[in-house]
Every structure is written in C-alpha cells, then in structure tokens.
Design a protein around this ligand. Sequence first.
Ligand SMILES: *[C@@H]1O[C@H](CO)[C@@H](O)[C@H](O)[C@H]1NC(C)=O
Ligand SMILES: *[C@@H]1O[C@H](CO)[C@@H](O)[C@H](O)[C@H]1NC(C)=O
Ligand SMILES: *[C@@H]1O[C@H](CO)[C@@H](O)[C@H](O)[C@H]1NC(C)=O
Ligand SMILES: *[C@@H]1O[C@H](CO)[C@@H](O)[C@H](O)[C@H]1NC(C)=O
Length: 219
Amino acid sequence: MVMSVRMAPPLPLIFLLVIHWVSGADWNVSYSPLHICALKNSSVIMSCTYKYPTGHQIMKVYWTKNPVKSEETPDLSEDPEYSQRLQYLGDKQQNCTIRLSHVTQKDSHKYYFRFRTNIDQWIGKPGVTLTVTDLQVEAPERVTEGHNVSLTCKSSCTLTDRATFIWYRNSQPLTERRDGNNQLLLQSVRREDAGRYSCALHGHSYISPAARLSVTCEY
Ligand SMILES: *[C@@H]1O[C@H](CO)[C@@H](O)[C@H](O)[C@H]1NC(C)=O
Ligand SMILES: *[C@@H]1O[C@H](CO)[C@@H](O)[C@H](O)[C@H]1NC(C)=O
Ligand SMILES: *[C@@H]1O[C@H](CO)[C@@H](O)[C@H](O)[C@H]1NC(C)=O
Ligand SMILES: *[C@@H]1O[C@H](CO)[C@@H](O)[C@H](O)[C@H]1NC(C)=O
C-alpha cells in the first residue's frame, strides 16, 4: 500500500506535461518569409498563418512590433503612425496576413502577430523582420572621356531577385545596357554622358537622389 503510493507519479506534473505538449503542437504562428527587404514608399505583404487548439474561440487578432515585455504589445492598428497604412488581409481562423503601405525607414522593426482566445493568448515568435531601404547611386565624381564607367544602384538590404532597375540621366530614362542587375555600364564615355544620374525600381514610385557625373577631357 505504502509502496504503491510512493510509485505513483505526482499527478499535477503529468497534467502540466500534457498541457505543455498539447499547447506546443496546437498553437502556432508561422511567417513566410521571415525577413523582408522593402523599398521606401512601397507596400509590404507580411504573410502569416496561425493555429490554436480546437474548442477555443478567437476574441482578438492583431499585430504588434518589438515587444519589450509581454504586457507591452500595443495593437498597431490603434497606433496613429500605422493605422492608416495597415490592412489586415487575414481572417479569424488561420490567415493572419497584413499589408503595410508607404513604408518608411522608421518602419524597420520586428513585427509579431498576436491573438487571444476565450481561454488563452499567444504571440508568434520570432516575428517578421522588416528592413526598409532607399536607393543610392554610387558613381565616381568624374571620368575621363573615352573610359568606361560603372554606376551602381545601392540598397541597404537585398531586394528580391526579380527587381528590375531603371536608370535616369537628368530625369530622362536611359536605354543603355545594364551590366549586372543593379549596375549601369557606360562604355567609352563621351561629354554628353555627363549629368545627374538616379535610379529606381521598375513598378515603384521611389527614385533615388541624383549623383553628378562629370566627364573630363582626355588632353
Ligand atoms: C508551425 O507551423 C509551421 C508551418 O506549418 C511548421 O513548419 C512549424 O514546425 C510549426 N511549429 C510548431 C512549433 O508546431
Ligand atoms: C491569406 O490571405 C491572403 C489575402 O487574402 C491571401 O493572399 C493568402 O493566399 C492567404 N494565405 C493562406 C495561406 O491562405
Ligand atoms: C570598355 O569596355 C569594353 C567592353 O567591355 C572593352 O572592350 C574596352 O576595352 C573597355 N575600355 C576601356 C578604356 O577600359
Ligand atoms: C509614394 O507612392 C505613391 C503611390 O503609391 C505615390 O503617389 C507617391 O508619389 C510616392 N511618394 C514618393 C515620395 O515617392
């Protein structure tokens, strides 16, 4: 009798283990992709799906950024800096996708989907990391007539591989051949090549600040 009491595993411990195992499997938020590099002023889709135990009822779904403590997770749709630009495209079942438009460099943060059921709540770690970049033209200040020069359209993070760069000289689009994706190669430069160069991404309104290229005479 005494033996059997001692052998019996403590019931609350089993209960806790079961709860833990069940919740680990039943609660889930997953983001795809986890890192987003976006061009200034563009719209960003943060794709997200979530799961919770059957029997729970969703009370609230929302997104938050950079939580310091679990209590301090404000709803971004109530933040004046976001409310006009944030659109929840998901639902109250399993899709938690949002769109954030007109992104600025100040939006570079980690974003988390968070939801509350009638029983418990969950925050989707590790969150989505958004990096917002501008574009900068990297070019020598001057080049000698007859030489080749390569201009680079720089971003602070790697934009999608599908990105097509557009170049402008004195605000006029150029048709010169591109050398590599984000580079413009000017071969055997002439005086007419001097000017203010800027770059942009096809399909986006943002245009980089201009960089001035001077062409100096060979003699
Ligand atoms: C959450 O869901 C994703 C995608 O369905 C899966 O890859 C991941 O392993 C899940 N995580 C947990 C803790 O169940
Ligand atoms: C979630 O909703 C968005 C917007 O309606 C849709 O484009 C996307 O395909 C949905 N994702 C899933 C996994 O259902
Ligand atoms: C410029 O580039 C072309 C093509 O790559 C090459 O044939 C030529 O020698 C280059 N000229 C100079 C001055 O480097
Ligand atoms: C931002 O994008 C909108 C269109 O989405 C465009 O009308 C506006 O001119 C853009 N602003 C800048 C500064 O590029």
